[in-house]
Design a binder for this molecule. Structure first.
Ligand code: FMN
Ligand code: COI
Length: 372
């Protein structure tokens, strides 16, 4: 990583990445849907929560080790699925997999990854999962699921908050499309052609989703997916207790509580506001992951206190990737890990098993997803 000043906070990576990326790519990464109020609400709701430290507990260096779906995880952190990592670094998802692994974190690759499943599996030293969108071309899904299982992926995450890519004004203004040399190599090129077609005033990603995503899928269709793999299945983009319970009833192994980083439903409730009731509704019956605006280790601790098993990091992982490939990803995740350890120590907590809601003052708990 070459830069003029030390990168000491995740936000330093953001600033540096912004300098390095073209305006349309930066806008695609940073932007959200509608007026982007959900992007800001994600941050604001975390900022409003105050941690309540206990003192004189005699705690030494805390243990960040945990288990997720029965597998050990060195830190309760993962990289959220994000499309097209070669927009940010020539090595793409191979660098992200390496960086996540060296920080001890989970990596969830997107269905729109630019490196093959085998390449990612070869580079990952930690847990590696694959995210899916439900494409109209079920043959493609079927092939992917079989290949992921064969390549050694540990779980599949079906994203359910995007029957279509929402209107994202920055992308529309930029007429955003994916450059021809950035290819989603795990799918037939015929399925992806529209993502490369630039049309002024439209988003090629939105046009592509309207063409290729199957909006007719319902709960009953999950049996089709369940019948095709022995891998654990999770749903990403769950924001209500009703849907979390339905996920469990339909045999899902976990949910990712998420509003997609404020990129889908404008005005959506924040994941942090929805998390406590969802965690309570499914407690012990399936894994609970969360994402959206985690930018400091103390943010991560707040989500763990509200019932999350693991916290996923979105944009900051791509800031790290942009700044320094695998080293940059490892640096961002390493910072969050070290900040989490420090926050736990400062709260008098020796391990994650002692993290619970008493860490947060009742008045500080989010009544809904909106900042006051
Ligand atoms: C550039 C970018 C691409 C994304 N691509 C996907 C994707 O392919 N599949 C998916 O389920 N979510 C995708 N997401 C959403 C993330 O998985 C995650 O929900 C969100 O970024 C978390 O919020 P954060 O960026 O504030 O940490 C994407 C997000 C970004 C920023
Ligand atoms: C290609 C897109 C569908 C990826 C995505 O989910 C996003 O940009 O938020």
């Amino acid at each position: 990583m070459t830069q003029e000043r030390a990168l000491l906070h995740v936000r330093d990576f953001e600033e540096e990445a912004r300098r390095r990326l073209s305006q349309p790519v930066w806008d695609y990464l940073a932007g959200g849907s509608g007026d982007e109020s959900a992007v800001h609400a994600n941050q604001a709701v975390l900022d409003r929560l105050g941690l309540r430290p206990r003192v004189l507990t005699g705690t030494a260096g805390p243990d960040l080790g945990t288990t997720l779906l029965g597998r050990p995880l060195r830190v309760p952190l993962g990289v959220a699925p994000m499309a097209h990592h070669r927009l940010f670094h020539p090595e793409g998802e191979v660098a992200t997999a390496q960086g996540a692994g060296s920080a001890g974190a989970l990596f969830i690759a997107s269905i729109f990854a630019n490196r093959t499943l085998q390449e990612m599996a070869g580079a990952a030293s930690g847990p590696l999962w694959l995210q899916l969108y439900w494409l109209r071309r079920r043959d493609q899904l079927e092939k992917l699921v079989a290949s992921a299982e064969e390549a050694g992926f540990g779980a599949l995450v079906l994203t359910v908050d995007a029957p279509v890519v929402a209107r994202r004004p920055r992308d529309l203004r930029n007429g955003f499309s994916v450059p021809a040399d950035v290819r989603a190599v795990n799918l037939d090129s015929s399925v992806m052609a529209t993502t490369h077609r630039a049309v002024t005033g439209t988003s090629a990603l939105a046009a592509h989703s309207a063409e290729q995503f199957d909006t007719s899928v319902g709960w009953a269709d999950l049996a089709w997916l369940r019948g095709r793999t022995k891998l654990p299945l999770l749903l990403k983009g769950v924001l209500t207790t009703q849907d979390a319970r339905l996920a469990v009833e339909h045999g899902m192994d976990g949910v990712v509580v998420s509003n997609h980083g404020g990129r889908q439903l404008p005005g959506a409730v924040t994941a942090v506001a929805a998390l406590p009731e969802i965690a309570a509704a499914v407690r012990g019956r399936c894994a609970v992951l969360v994402d959206g605006a985690f930018r400091h280790g103390s943010d991560v601790l707040k989500a763990l206190a509200l019932g999350a098993d693991t916290v996923l990091i979105g944009r900051p992982a791509l800031w790290g990737l942009t700044c320094g490939g695998s080293t940059g990803v490892a640096a961002v995740l390493g910072l969050l890990r070290d900040e989490l350890a420090e926050a736990m120590l400062l709260c008098g907590l020796p391990g994650l098993d002692l993290v619970d809601r008493t860490l947060l003052h009742p008045h500080d708990r989010p009544p809904d997803g909106r900042p006051a």
